[in-house]
Design a protein around this ligand. Sequence first.
Ligand code: NAP
Length: 286
Amino acid sequence: MEHKIDSKTHLYGIFGNPIEHSLSPVLHNAVFKQLGMNSVYMAFCVESESLGLAFEGMRALGIKGVNITIPFKEDALNYLDEVPEDLDRLIGAVNTVVNKDGQLFGYNTDGPGFILALHEELSFRVEGKDVLVIGAGGAARAVVFALAKAGAERIFILNRTRERGEGLAEYTGGHFPETDIAYLESIQDLPPKKLDLVVNTTSCGMKGNTDLPLDWTLIQKPKAAYDLVYSPAQTPWLKEAGKLGIPHANGLGMLVNQAAIAFGLWTDKKEGVRGIMKEALSHWKT
Ligand SMILES: NC(=O)c1ccc[n+]([C@@H]2O[C@H](COP(=O)([O-])OP(=O)(O)OC[C@H]3O[C@@H](n4cnc5c(N)ncnc54)[C@H](OP(=O)(O)O)[C@@H]3O)[C@@H](O)[C@H]2O)c1
């Protein structure tokens, strides 16, 4: 299918810094092309002091929608007209902005994308489960809220920087009293019970960061492991999980799901979108 660009083309994009690593243009442009939509998706590297100008530009130029990535997911809230979902407001970070006639609406599709990936790739249902989340950054926030909303029984948070981990446990625990959310001072404080799931939300394992988020020998073998990192496709941590026979998945599924949910918010199109995005990624080499 020809991907035409003319004076009626709708513009979408992503604001972040750095942005060259982003796979979002590949995912969204593949769908526009395949569905014959007169739209294009571009990556914009925005300086921190220009974020407000970027959103003004979005309104002025009629850019239909953008994704927001590191480091702007929280700051973006300052420039939006509304964040319609209660949970997204609690999370305090957005990754998707919809422009409806000059009004900017923010959403966070990372959490739902993560829960869907657990179902699809690990046949994992969160309700009643005990989960260890490693990390307490922006992605961890979306993950912990999504797990609590989906009915996790207990969530343990482990993080290199204590204040950040404690803060996340206290903040989310305050909103989900029915889930036991606790910060672990050290992995030795984990109760001696087999965990259902361990999730890495740190950037350990990403190209250039060779640290392991957790030494598998320090805990009982969990029932499943999920790594938000997707580049490289198999981090050293997931390789070890594989050797131990722990069912595991990397963050590509979550990446595709959050993108497909964003695409639906912008265009109302859902049918076939994830399949096209997955196919586009199958040509991408880590
Ligand atoms: N698959 C997806 O769709 C998806 C979506 C969002 C994010 N991600 C990935 O998730 C990761 C985190 O993103 P983010 O937005 O949460 O970043 P962030 O806000 O910068 O948080 C980074 C987290 O990693 C921890 N960390 C970094 N280096 C570490 C190290 N060497 N040892 C121990 N902990 C370390 C940090 O601990 P401190 O608090 O101690 O600094 C913090 O908890 C990135 O790899 C990102 O690509 C994937």
